[in-house]
Design a protein around this ligand. Structure first.
Ligand code: SF4
Length: 319
């Protein structure tokens, strides 16, 4: 039984450093970098993965979730829905005929994992229902590792997690036995972001170019958890991604029972329910909000006039 080292890579600095550390300790044949493609990535992520493959001469395994079967089952469910009764808020459980027609016209697989997941669920994920991480990344990676275990290997899952990244991660363990054949190893738990950049520089590996364009992290473009400043940078630098999210909001809204769903759920300035939340949270409104200061009351001249030709690194990388 051989031990395989599966390194989860995202195109970000921490996973780059983790992969380099794995290769310093183990032969290439036992190190498997794996990237879970959400379909909501910036092109710079794919370019960076290609660069890493060339720079360290290794093949990155790319995985993509598929929701065709779930969408097919949901279509059947909607078409046959004859339920009676009401939910806790007094709304009818059954899909109305109008909503059925609208949803069935919109609910078809597109081949994009992120969009198909949201079409199937009839909504976008949120901070309190963050099903994107599980469905688009965690489950794919766990299944991949379980297949390796089923074929007779033991697996060490290398994860580029740092304790200072967030409160959730402040107690992350460096080494953990997850089951008799699967272990988690997190070599960066006590590193800082600055340590990681210094290590990459020492190893002559360029960090993802998104760090020079105002992004503090590399992941979905955008991530549902993106902060105000990051959303303003994305709107200024990558308007095509905002246009894509606008299109996705229309498609997911059409496939949802309520008829609306928004990518961000910031609960901005409108505490009223239903369509008012849509109006306050749709992508155009969130961008307007991101360009304001003082809790959304004042227009922020800096946020609305970001010079996209100038490097802007949240880590002070642009000298
Ligand atoms: S990066 Fe953000 S949007 Fe993407 S899977 Fe993770 S939490 Fe969800």
């Amino acid at each position: 039984m051989s031990v395989l080292h599966v390194v989860s890579v995202s195109g970000g600095k921490d996973s780059d450093a983790t992969l380099l550390l794995a290769l310093m300790r183990y032969p290439k044949a036992r190190v498997i970098p794996v990237f879970c493609d959400t379909g909501n990535e910036h092109d710079a992520v794919y370019q960076h993965l290609d660069y890493i493959e060339l720079a360290i001469d290794i093949k990155i395994t790319r995985l993509k979730a598929n929701f065709d079967q779930q969408i097919a089952r949901k279509r059947l469910f909607i078409a046959r829905d004859q339920r009676t009764g009401r939910d806790a808020r007094g709304r009818k459980l059954r899909w109305s005929n109008k909503a059925k027609r609208r949803a069935l016209a919109a609910l078809h697989p597109t081949g994009n994992p992120y969009l198909d997941l949201c079409l199937w669920k009839g909504r976008f994920p949120s901070r309190t229902a963050q099903f994107c991480t599980q469905e688009l990344k965690r489950d794919l990676l766990v299944n991949y590792q379980m297949d390796l275990i089923d074929s007779g290997h033991r697996v060490v899952s290398w994860q580029g997690i740092r304790r200072d990244e967030s409160l959730n991660r402040r107690n992350a363990k460096k080494f953990e036995r997850l089951n008799p054949h699967l272990y988690a190893y997190r070599p960066l738990v006590d590193w800082t972001a600055i340590d990681v950049f210094a290590f990459l520089k020492e190893q002559r590996i360029m960090p993802n170019e998104l760090y020079f364009q105002g992004m503090s992290r590399v992941g979905c473009m955008p991530c549902i958890n993106a902060g105000k400043a990051e959303i303003a940078q994305i709107a200024a630098r990558f308007p095509d991604h905002i246009a894509r999210i606008t299109e996705w909001e229309q498609k997911v809204s059409a496939a949802s029972k309520r008829g609306y769903s928004t990518f961000f759920n910031k609960e901005l300035h409108d505490s009223r329910k239903d369509r008012h939340i849509y109006a306050a949270n749709c992508i155009d409104e969130v961008i307007r909000y991101a360009r304001t200061s003082h809790g959304g009351r004042q227009y922020d001249l800096f946020a609305s006039h970001i010079d996209t030709n100038v490097c802007a690194s949240a880590y002070g990388l642009c000298e």
